[in-house]
Design a protein around this ligand. Structure first.
Ligand code: FAD
Ligand code: NAI
Length: 508
């Protein structure tokens, strides 16, 4: 009898789940008509369509402002799964969500311009924008005035001015970076198997070097080794003796933000996977065929060596974008800030009143992560929604005070006074928004061979774990964090596809 009930409950919940997903898809495909923005309202310009800006847009009541979004990217990118796109475990479109899709669902219409902000004039309250796309109209640059501005342009790749990096290395920040890496891996493999290829050249071409032992470098190295173990080795057996992944890190260990136990676990796992980790090795110069690195030996002596490579992926963290640097140079209060726009506890750019910054371009004493950026964006949405409510209540209060003065008798005055009291009570409640407080949920990273590491913030403290179970946790956590149901379904399908048929080894 118990199993009969259990079967019925499972059956009903599966039907309920299907109806829920079906309704979600129907709703997504049939957005209601939108209200046109009210030109008398303030213009709120949001730069970027990354974690910070999109999380703000998701929760913002757009009827309160004239919202304008400017970004060279007309989609949101779920960066935590980007390393999986470099090997085709996940197809890049599965982790992209077009901004048009979610903007179309806002109650009041939002303007979107696919363009790059080239300059922000703080005094004139204007953003200058350029159309950087391949297809150009007659107008390619213009200006957008703002009353309020949110800067969420993220960061660019740090190269520390090391010669040759920009020319020869590949990065891992955007979709086109992942595509370029995927193509280069296959190019190296196919060229290495060219008839009569020189053995030294084969070794060089199949040496995959990753610089930077932060989470980006570690996750990519793990994904690449998986690709080799599960697919490349089978389909191109000729490369199996020479294909090798090396991770180069300047510090004494990789993943410095993780706990010691997980660092050791990652290094041990990499050893088993035959990924070489070169710690205390700082890259100083890059040419088209080798990197020059200075390493510190066990005797403390420094030595310079040449490391040949076929693929070089550079993942050494973030640098400030030029548009942000330029804005900082216009504001005296920013003169001591180096890593981005210094903000106060309400994310207002220090030295300004009407500019806010979120995510990797803001310096608020938190790590530059998606977790921080999305919480900052959500905070700003609440702040702006409250500010609009406050303004509406204040103007109503003003009207009531005038009405009270003009009231013909005491009874009418008392009635208005009661309304004023009620509004003042509401206003006090609305104004109660505290400063931004970041809540750290933990750090997660995939390390290859179906293993992951996690430093999770628990009620009583931190909880560190690594292994295959953590890998399933990593998968379910990132799946639940994907932007939309569409993304979730596509990612699951990609995982199943890679498991059943293997990853695609075509070069394009
Ligand atoms: P971004 O998400 O980078 O968005 C910036 C936006 O601004 C983009 O839309 C860009 O096109 C736009 N833009 C750029 N220049 C201009 C301009 N001049 N004008 C207008 N718009 C502009 N963090 C985690 O917490 N967990 C993870 O697992 C994780 N994995 C990652 C994996 C990889 C491979 C990478 C690269 C990063 C990862 N991160 C992760 C870090 C995380 O992606 C960033 O911290 C996060 O993207 C920062 O959000 P953001 O909104 O500041 O910037
Ligand atoms: P990072 O800043 O975390 O790490 C870069 C590493 O490169 C550092 O360890 C540094 O010592 C090393 N390095 C710098 N110059 C070097 C040189 N010349 N030679 C050799 N090594 C050198 O950068 P990463 O991994 O790109 O991450 C950027 C941000 O995104 C971080 O805040 C990170 O936490 C976040 N992120 C988080 C992920 C996750 O939580 N799973 C995944 C990817 C990124």
């Amino acid at each position: 009898k118990f199993f009969k009930w259990l079967w019925r409950a499972t059956y009903l919940s599966a039907i309920g789940g299907l109806i829920y997903v079906g309704y979600g898809i129907f709703e997504m495909r049939h957005p209601p008509d939108q209200v046109e923005p009210d030109p008398s309202k303030k213009t709120l310009v949001i730069l970027g369509t990354g974690w910070g800006s999109v999380s703000l847009l998701k929760k913002l009541d757009t009827e309160n402002y004239n919202v304008v979004v400017i970004s060279p990217r007309n989609y949101f990118l779920f960066t935590p799964l980007l390393p999986s796109c470099t090997t085709g475990t996940i197809e890049h479109r599965s982790i992209m969500e077009p901004v048009r899709n979610f903007l179309r669902h806002k109650k009041t219409a939002v303007k979107f311009y696919e363009a790059e902000a080239t300059k922000i004039d703080y005094q004139k309250k204007v953003v200058y924008i350029n159309d950087e796309s391949e297809i150009k109209g007659t107008v390619t640059s213009t200006e957008v005035p703002f009353d309020m501005l949110v800067v969420g342009v993220g960061a660019e790749n740090a190269t520390f001015g090391i010669p040759g990096v920009r020319e020869h290395a590949l990065f891992l920040k955007e979709v086109n970076d992942a595509q370029a890496i995927r193509k280069r891996i296959m190019d190296c493999c196919e060229t290495a198997t060219f008839k009569n290829q020189d053995p030294e050249e084969v070794k060089r071409l199949l040496h995959m070097v990753v610089v930077g032992g932060g989470p980006t470098g570690v996750e990519f190295a793990g994904e690449l080794q998986d690709f080799f173990n599960n697919d490349l080795k089978k389909w191109i057996p000729d490369i199996k003796d020479n294909f090798h992944v090396t991770l180069v890190e300047a510090l004494p260990n990789v993943l410095p933000m993780f706990s010691k136990q997980l660092i050791d676990y990652t290094e041990k796992t990499f050893k088993e996977e035959t990924i070489t980790i070169r710690t205390k090795t700082m890259v100083k110069n890059v040419t088209d065929k080798y990197i020059e690195a200075e390493s510190v030996g066990p005797d403390g002596k420094k030595q310079l060596e040449k490391i040949p490579y076929g693929l070089l992926v550079w993942a050494t963290g973030n640098a400030v974008r030029p548009v942000v640097k330029d804005l900082m140079s216009q504001i005296p209060a920013q003169k001591d800030s180096r890593r981005g726009l210094a903000v106060n506890e309400y994310l207002v750019v220090k030295g300004t009143e009407n500019i806010w910054a979120v995510g990797d371009c803001a310096v608020a004493n938190y790590a530059p992560t998606a977790q921080v950026a999305s919480q900052e964006g959500a905070f700003l949405a609440r702040l702006f929604n409250q500010m609009a409510k406050t303004e509406a209540l204040e103007s109503k209060l003003k009207e009531l005070s005038e009405a009270q003065e003009k009231a013909p008798n005491q009874q009418a005055r008392d009635e208005v006074f009661a309304n004023i009291k009620e509004l003042q009570r509401q206003l006090r409640r609305v104004k109660q928004i505290g400063p931004f407080q970041y809540s750290h949920q933990g750090s997660l990273a995939y390390i290859g061979s179906e293993k992951a590491v996690a430093d999770i913030s628990w009620l009583t403290g931190n909880f560190a774990t690594g292994g295959t179970l953590t890998y399933f946790f990593w998968r379910s956590a990132y799946l639940s964090m994907c932007f939309s149901t569409r993304n979730r379904i596509l990612v699951i399908m990609d995982w199943v596809k890679a498991k059943l048929f293997g990853r695609d080894v075509s070069r394009e």
